[in-house]
Design a protein around this ligand. Structure first.
Ligand code: ADP
Ligand code: MG
Length: 657
């Protein structure tokens, strides 16, 4: 209860205080600013979905604001719709066009995605300008606020409407972002490949997130239209786009409060620029903040000197400029540029991120206690393996140009076994795993799981068929906690449809997911670090976490690609223990491993690859004695004599230089 009050109390107080203002002060100008604050709040919450959660630079948001505004405007003027339907239409246009833009654009990454959204923004402003017969072009579009239930919406009433909508959006988004949906958004930002491999479609979640964010942009646009009652295409220009990005980054990404703080800054910006005194106060506080953040970074050794100094210098420039320059309005773009630069370099977590460091100390919100871990039997019930062929590879090939990484490989993995896959570096082991798991499509050949064809070329579909994997080069969701990493992958727990999630009615399954994930973490000895961010775990712990995450898929077949790579000896011992325990549950395992002693201890059958082909297969002892294996590893036939037959102590097989 105390926790709820601490967490939600601030929200209640702020919203109640905002709502009370029109009752206490009669000031049309202030009311206008507050209304804009609520509208921009919705807008930035939407933008934060792509910029914060997906980690993409989205330059199209201003276009959705414009399109939403014009949709609402036209719905009222041309179709005579009421306010509710007009707002719904504005949101629907954002959702729809956002989804359509996302389909091709989200196949792109980084700069290309930013360019795709930039072109969309250019296209939409041009369309609004040139479709004169519809939009009035540069002349603009005038509209009036339609009455609601027969009542004309006075400015205070309209403000309350905007505030209520922002509160609603806030609540629904909070529920969504703290559910499996929010985790999926964050997971795919950190590793789209692993997101797919954990059975959470990265692409569809990206499209959904972008569409959702754009829908909120459209809704904000609708409110914008009814607020100003006059629209011009050039209002939705690049300046505003930069300001919106500034708002999200300055406020703090991945945070509703951040969006709120960012919106407040945006709303106050015009006043800052037109009022000299205000600007000087503002730039001085910016300077102080940059100094504080910089010093803190230096003392805690988390920033380099230049990184700490640059924002201080930039803000200093702003202070000096504020004293020298006559008209700050003329310098607005330079001012935004300096602010954006300082925030990106000096406060990457934004104002809210920075403030929450101190707020957390002041209030000490107690962490919600984690539930009791589930019983492992309910998650991974032990079952007897029958030894029948589980995975069959038939004449599998994967060529990269001239490189025959996998070249006619046939092998059978029997259910209930630990099947070793070894071979020198570059012999094609990881490529085999990548083909089986759907990261690569095979050039030819077949992959059968229990006699049926396994889907090819789709990590997502393979993972849904009961095959889970880890990665040779770790692919954790670095920003998520260890617990959340496992929760993302949990199979068969999240059943509530989106509307229930939005309304916060899916808490039960969230608790269940926590309990299940905690149990799996317990199995790998990471229960105490459940709430540590994955990127802050030790290297060994990260390797184990990937195993636990793969187990959350409740797989029939688990593929481990060099899980011991880079581990210190005690960790290797622990890993062997973990693999044995997984095997006892009846899960079949393909183990790629360099250390021969690990292979000998764990594997029932070993397949040896060289040059993408099988050169030997059998028990660990058999393959170790095989002359072809010796040759592959040593690059020459073994010396005859006792030293040529393998060392029974199981020392690591030397790798070719
Ligand atoms: P291993 O895991 O056994 O060390 P890999 O499967 O990673 O070997 O690589 C086998 C061969 O295929 C190597 O020669 C490697 O350079 C090549 N290879 C692997 N992946 C790719 C790729 N995506 N593009 C081009 N060549 C690749
Ligand atoms: Mg490899």
């Amino acid at each position: 209860m105390r926790r709820i009050l601490l967490l939600r109390g601030a929200e209640l107080i702020v919203f109640a205080a905002l709502a009370a203002i029109p009752l206490l002060v009669v000031n049309p100008y202030a009311l206008g600013l507050l209304t804009l604050l609520a509208i921009y709040g919705i807008l930035l919450i939407g933008l934060d979905v792509t910029v914060g959660y997906l980690g993409q630079v989205n330059l199209a948001h201003v276009a959705f604001l414009g399109l939403g505004a014009y949709t609402a405007g036209l719905a009222v003027t041309k179709l005579g719709l009421g306010m509710g339907p007009a707002l719904a239409a504005a949101m629907a246009v954002g959702l729809l066009l956002g989804g359509l833009l996302a389909l091709p654009a989200l196949r792109l990454e980084g700069p290309q995605f930013a360019l795709a959204t930039l072109s969309f923004a250019a296209l939409s402003t041009t369309a609004l300008n040139e479709l004169e017969s519809l939009t009035g072009g540069a002349q603009g579009l005038s509209l009036s606020r339609p009455p609601v239930f027969g009542h004309a919406l006075t400015p205070p009433l309209f403000f309350w409407l905007c505030l209520a909508l922002m509160a609603l959006v806030w609540m629904l988004m909070r529920n969504m972002l703290s559910s499996q949906w929010g985790r999926a958004f964050e997971a795919l930002r950190d590793s789209p490949i692993a997101t797919d491999a954990m059975g959470v479609g990265a692409y569809r979640h990206r499209v959904a997130a972008f569409s959702l964010g754009s829908g909120l942009g459209g809704l904000a646009g609708g409110l914008y239209a009814f607020n100003f009652q006059y629209l011009q295409p050039q209002s939705f220009n690049y300046d505003l786009m930069i300001i919106l990005l500034l708002g999200v980054v300055l406020g703090g990404r991945k945070s509703l409060w951040g969006a709120f703080v960012g919106a407040s800054v945006i709303v106050l910006l015009p006043n800052l620029l037109s009022n000299r005194l205000l600007f000087q106060i503002f730039s001085a506080s910016g300077f102080a903040l940059a100094l504080a953040a910089g010093l803190r970074g230096l003392v805690k050794k988390i920033t380099r000197p230049f990184q700490a100094l640059a924002p201080v210098a930039a803000m200093g420039l702003l202070v000096v400029g504020g004293l020298l320059v006559e008209n700050t309005e003329d310098w607005r773009k330079a001012i935004f540029a300096l602010m954006l630069f300082s925030v990106v370099v000096g406060l990457p977590e934004g104002l809210m991120g920075f403030l929450s460091l101190f707020l957390a100390k002041l209030f000490r919100v107690p962490q919600a206690p984690l539930p009791k871990p589930s019983d492992i039997e309910t998650i991974l019930p032990t079952h007897e393996a029958d030894g029948a062929p589980l995975l069959v590879l038939e004449d599998l090939r994967r060529h990269f140009g001239g490189v025959k990484a996998v070249d006619g490989l046939s092998m059978t993995v029997r259910s209930g076994t630990i099947h070793g896959l070894i071979g020198p570096n570059g012999s094609g082991k990881s490529t085999v795993v990548n083909v089986i798991s759907g990261l690569y499509t095979p050039s030819s050949g077949r992959v059968l799981l229990r006699g049926g064809a396994l889907p090819t070329g789709s990590l997502f579909r393979v993972s849904r068929s009961g095959v889970a994997r880890t990665f040779q080069n770790l692919q954790l969701f670095g920003e998520l906690t260890a617990l959340e990493n496992v929760m993302v992958a949990l199979k068969g727990v999240y059943r509530s449809p989106l509307p229930m999630v939005l309304l916060g009615l899916a808490r039960q399954e969230e608790r269940r997911a926590q309990a299940d994930a905690l149990c799996l973490l317990d199995r790998i000895g990471l229960r105490d670090q459940a709430l540590t961010r994955a990127k802050d775990l030790t290297y060994g712990a990260q390797r184990f976490l990937e195993v636990a995450r793969a187990l959350a898929r409740k797989p029939d077949l688990l593929i481990l690609d060099e899980p011991a790579a880079g581990l210190a000896h005690p960790d290797v011992v622990q890993l062997i223990e973990i693999i044995k325990r997984i095997h006892k549950r009846g899960i079949s395992i393909i183990l790629i491993e360099h250390h021969m002693d690990v292979v000998s201890e764990l594997c029932h059958t070993v397949t040896v690859l060289d040059g993408g082909k099988v050169i030997a297969e059998g028990s660990p002892d058999e393959v170790k004695r095989d002359p072809r294996v010796m040759e592959a590893y040593l690059g020459q036939p073994p010396e005859p004599g006792p030293s040529g037959t393998s060392d029974p102590s199981g020392a690591p097989v030397p790798e070719p230089a």
